[in-house]
Design a protein around this ligand. Structure first.
Ligand SMILES: *[C@@H]1O[C@H](CO)[C@@H](O)[C@H](O)[C@H]1NC(C)=O
Ligand SMILES: *[C@@H]1O[C@H](CO)[C@@H](O)[C@H](O)[C@H]1NC(C)=O
Ligand SMILES: *[C@@H]1O[C@H](CO)[C@@H](O)[C@H](O)[C@H]1NC(C)=O
Ligand SMILES: *[C@@H]1O[C@H](CO)[C@@H](O)[C@H](O)[C@H]1NC(C)=O
Length: 639
């Protein structure tokens, strides 16, 4: 609403007559209160122009699940027949009926066709040259100019608006109206759960945990020491990952997402490569900068570099000679969120269903100065075939609307052949920082209700939990659930229903190993999404961090390792003239033999021992840890 800055203001009058109404209208949206700190100051002059935009309802979103299963279920004749970005955009674009209905309404109201156009993303109708009085008549409303108490930021809005009955079902909403899509400047200190855009900031509960620092002499590159220190050779042995095994380097890449201020230190990469992957010294990931994302070197500490150093040191080594793509998201001031990342891959997502949420997502250009002043990144970057993200929220941090909107976008990426992986969290059945909920869903230090993570509970992502080598055991023996420093995030969703691909695995789990908890701890209805889907080692990783070697822990390590394996499997398929696997879960659950089943350990939290790892799928380690050789053989045999 920057244009409001230019508005001439008339004094606020207490009583204003509603604009004349025409036809049978219904209230489309109403707000019951004005967000705190916004004050009505004036009414705008009737002749003031405003940028009127009408968001159309998406078509076919209810069909996304079935369409995704058609291309991802290995028993489907359509397996692997992924869609192009254009096909996805067209399938979910508003129907012709919606467009025609809205066009006819506008024409009826005296707005000529020449002033109306459909956005390139197909989701919006934009009307040019609309004045305040014209909009008030069209929407049967009255506009007010508000300003923000602290910052003086102006905003044009109304309390409610109406559209004809027959138009209502074809539109999501109209702007500017009841939405305060202008973010007020941050107050310090920010309350954590309001600050979801702080996802990469120090203290964010999803970052890896630091252990002891190590002298170089104490690091022994022999498999018999893997129970104390994980190095790339340990993972290659555990999961049968061949070294230097990439073929299709030009067609393939591997996406790692990082959220500024997290960033890697080039000197740390070279320090790690120098010891453990000399061929990579001097190599850097391909950089896709989103919303001003850059490799900041202003702040250096484990809190700023730990996640990125870990993700890139292991991903780059495991997929060598393939070079990963780094999606560095957000600037130092506004930060970024998963929505900001998704916007960069799909321009239509920037606005679909209301677009980003200014209370959660980074808003660009930075409205307050000091941050990235360029335009928001909307589209323009290709999705790599595998994308791993080691950051996460708790479901309880966000609204179901926000989560479902984002989850649908993961389904659309799956339709295009992209595998999306998220770490499952490091606090067992508790949420980030070990927080639990009360029976009403609120946070409390005394909460005893489990607190599942998001996006791991979205049925269209692959959630990765953590394991460890059994103390004093070798890489040739089965691992157990991680219980060193961190506990593998797992449990059941409070938002998403159980997807069909998981039904049999979860049914078997409940039948043979019913957990000793009730509805007082978690949704035990046996009808909701269970997570994680899979696991990989998450304990005792050696990384180079701020010029030293140190141990780190977390599902933050597990996700990039699992993603590296899928990237190599894709690479073998590409070299054989096949396509990428795309959405993984249906084929993973259909072939549990490709995993090392984990049957020891648990994921404590919220005053309980959590769930137990048991034979078959469990809400601690999912199906288990991967075996690359079994996977590559299976997926190469698929069309
Ligand atoms: C991988 O290749 C590099 C050089 O290209 C070599 O130095 C290294 O030893 C190889 N690693 C293995 C395990 O073969
Ligand atoms: C948590 O429990 C302790 C001990 O019973 C009590 O003193 C405290 O007030 C409780 N805190 C909250 C926020 O309920
Ligand atoms: C592992 O082996 C060491 C040395 O033999 C021993 O001191 C330690 O107790 C063992 N730890 C476990 C968990 O068995
Ligand atoms: C559990 O999930 C089911 C399905 O979404 C829902 O109907 C039920 O109300 C949930 N139970 C609780 C206790 O929230």
């Amino acid at each position: 609403m920057r244009s409001v800055l230019l508005l001439a203001l008339a004094p606020l009058v207490a009583f204003a007559l509603p604009a004349p109404s025409s036809g049978a209208r219904r209230v489309h949206e109403r707000r019951t209160s004005v967000p705190s700190a916004w004050v009505p100051v004036a009414e705008p002059y009737p002749a003031t122009p405003i940028p009127l935009r009408i968001a159309l309802t998406q078509a076919n979103i209810d069909k996304a699940h079935d369409e995704l299963m058609r291309v991802s279920d290995p028993s489907s004749p359509h397996f692997g027949k992924h869609w192009s970005a254009k096909e996805v955009a067209e399938f979910f674009a508003p129907s012709k009926e919606s467009v025609d209905t809205v066009m006819a309404w506008l024409e009826n109201e005296g707005i000529s066709r020449s002033r109306v156009k459909q956005s390139q993303s197909l989701g919006w109708i934009e009307v040019s040259g609309v004045t305040v009085s014209e909009a008030e008549s069209l929407l049967d409303t009255k506009y007010t100019v508000y300003t923000h108490e602290a910052t003086g930021t102006p905003h044009l809005g109304c309390g409610e608006y109406s559209v004809p009955e027959e138009v209502s079902k074809h539109i999501d909403f109209v702007t500017p109206t009841v939405h305060f899509d202008t973010r007020a400047k941050r107050e310090q200190p920010m309350r954590k759960r309001e600050a979801a855009t702080e996802i990469g900031k120090p203290g964010s509960g999803s970052l890896p945990k630091q252990g002891a620092t190590l002298s170089l002499e104490s690091i022994i590159q022999e498999l018999e020491y893997c129970n104390e220190e994980i190095l790339p050779i340990c993972l290659q042995a555990l999961y049968h990952i061949p070294a230097n095994q990439s073929y299709a380097t030009a067609k393939n890449s591997y996406g790692i997402v990082e959220y500024t201020p997290q960033s890697y230190l080039p000197t740390d990469l070279d320090m790690f490569f120098g010891q453990f992957a000399p061929q990579l010294v001097g190599h850097r990931p391909t950089m896709d900068s989103i919303d001003g994302g850059n490799i900041q070197t202003e702040y250096e500490s484990f809190d700023y570099n730990g996640e990125s150093d870990l993700d890139l040191q292991y991903a780059m080594t495991l997929v060598y000679p393939l070079n990963p793509t780094l999606y560095q998201t957000g600037d130092m001031v506004e930060g970024g969120s998963f929505n900001n990342f998704l916007d960069a891959l799909d321009a239509s997502y920037c606005t679909y269903d209301g677009g980003d949420d200014p209370t959660q997502d980074g808003i660009y250009p930075d409205p307050y100065g000091g941050g990235y002043e360029g335009p928001e990144t909307c589209g323009g970057y290709a999705a790599t075939y595998v994308v791993s993200t080691s950051y996460g929220y708790n479901e309880a941090d966000l609204t179901p609307f926000y989560e479902e909107r984002q989850c649908s976008e993961y389904a659309k990426l799956g339709l295009q052949g992209v595998s999306i992986l998220y770490s499952s969290g490091d606090y067992g059945v508790a949420g980030n920082d070990g927080e639990c909920l009360t029976s009403t869903g609120a946070y409390s230090v005394n909460g005893t209700v489990f607190n599942p993570s998001f996006p791991g509970t979205c049925p269209y992502v692959t959630s990765v939990g953590a394991t460890q080598i059994v103390p004093n055991a070798t890489v040739f023996e089965p691992e157990e659930a991680c219980e060193t420093v961190i506990y593998s995030g797992g449990g059941f969703s409070n938002v998403f229903p159980m997807p069909s691909y998981q039904a049999e695995a979860v049914r078997t789990y409940y039948e043979y190993f019913p957990p000793p908890y009730t509805a007082a701890q978690y949704n035990n209805s046996r009808t909701v999404r269970g997570f994680p889907d899979v696991a990989a080692n998450g304990a005792n990783y050696v990384i180079a961090i701020d010029g030293q070697f140190a141990l780190v822990y977390g599902t933050s390590a597990s996700s990039p390792v699992f993603g590296s394996i899928i990237t190599l499997v894709n690479d073998a398929r590409l070299a054989a003239g096949k396509g990428p696997i795309g959405f993984l879960n249906p084929s993973l659950y259909a072939n549990p033999y490709m995993f090392n089943d984990i049957t020891l350990g648990s994921n404590q939290g919220c005053g309980t021992e959590g769930f137990y790892a048991v034979p078959g799928w469990d809400p601690v380690t999912g199906l288990g840890t991967p075996d690359y050789l079994k996977m590559v053989a299976y997926y190469l045999a698929l069309p």
